[in-house]
Design a protein around this ligand. Structure first.
Ligand SMILES: [Zn+2]
Ligand SMILES: [Zn+2]
Length: 237
């Protein structure tokens, strides 16, 4: 986001930087949603280590990546074989955060909220507020009561919402959404004043189990007011 914030650190992070033409090595802040390997793949960190892709004395070597994660996700990060060496060489710095406790990073005000996903992973979704405000909701089913309570009480207005649409035409109860869940979230966000007709809604994180290819999903989603994401999609708002 704005070339300052990375959302999750999945197995394609470096490939996305190359194909998407953004300078991942100058992004120094990363918000982790949870510890599933499509969102957290620490092997990809090695390329930021001095002595690996960069010589020790190389002035262009990436600065420390500040990684923010929930307590259980932080445990997973600390349990990674190479964690200590990544921290010792200055490639990685872990910050433990909790749902509903705001913090600041890179000039953004960030509020983690509870996700309804694998409970053992203590998963988070994020409100990211700069000049505009974004809700990043991956991976999650229809939000938890505590998250709705927070949204109803604080009423942040979202310019942009990215929603988990793993199932497309089918549901994934307890862990993800399909289009039906996306519509319910959208309707409730509008009803409580967190979104309106100017909010950009994007859907993302599709599974093959949903049985639609991109071109088949686009018209169905468009009718419901959703933009279907694809690798390399850029949206300005
Ligand atoms: Zn997941
Ligand atoms: Zn996922």
């Amino acid at each position: 986001m704005d070339n300052k914030l990375l959302l999750d650190f999945g197995p394609d992070t470096n490939m996305h930087a190359v194909t998407g033409g953004f300078d991942a090595h100058n992004i120094n802040t990363c918000l982790i949603t949870h510890g599933h390997s499509d969102h957290l793949y620490l092997e990809e960190m090695h390329i930021r280590k001095k002595g690996f892709a960069y010589a020790d004395a190389d002035k262009n070597a990436p600065a420390t990546l500040h990684m923010y994660a929930s307590p259980k996700t932080s445990d997973i990060i600390r349990g990674y074989d190479e964690y200590e060496s990544l921290e010792e060489c200055g490639a990685l710095k872990l910050h433990e955060i909790k749902a509903f406790e705001k913090f600041e990073a890179e000039g953004f005000e960030i509020t983690p909220l509870e996700a309804k996903h694998s409970v053992v992973l203590d998963p988070l979704i994020y409100i990211i507020k700069g000049e505009k405000c974004l809700l990043y909701a991956h991976d999650t089913d229809y939000f938890t009561d505590a998250t709705w309570e927070y949204l109803e009480k604080n009423k942040p207005y979202f310019d942009f919402v990215s929603l988990d649409c793993t199932g497309m035409l089918i549901d994934y109860p307890g862990s993800h959404m399909g289009l039906k869940g996306n519509e319910e979230v959208k309707e409730r966000l509008i009803k409580i004043g967190c979104a309106d007709e100017n909010t950009i809604f994007v859907i993302n994180h599709f599974s093959h189990n949903g049985k639609l290819i991109h071109d088949e999903l686009v018209p169905v989603a468009q009718e419901k007011g959703f933009i279907v994401a694809y690798d390399g999609l850029e949206i300005e708002f």
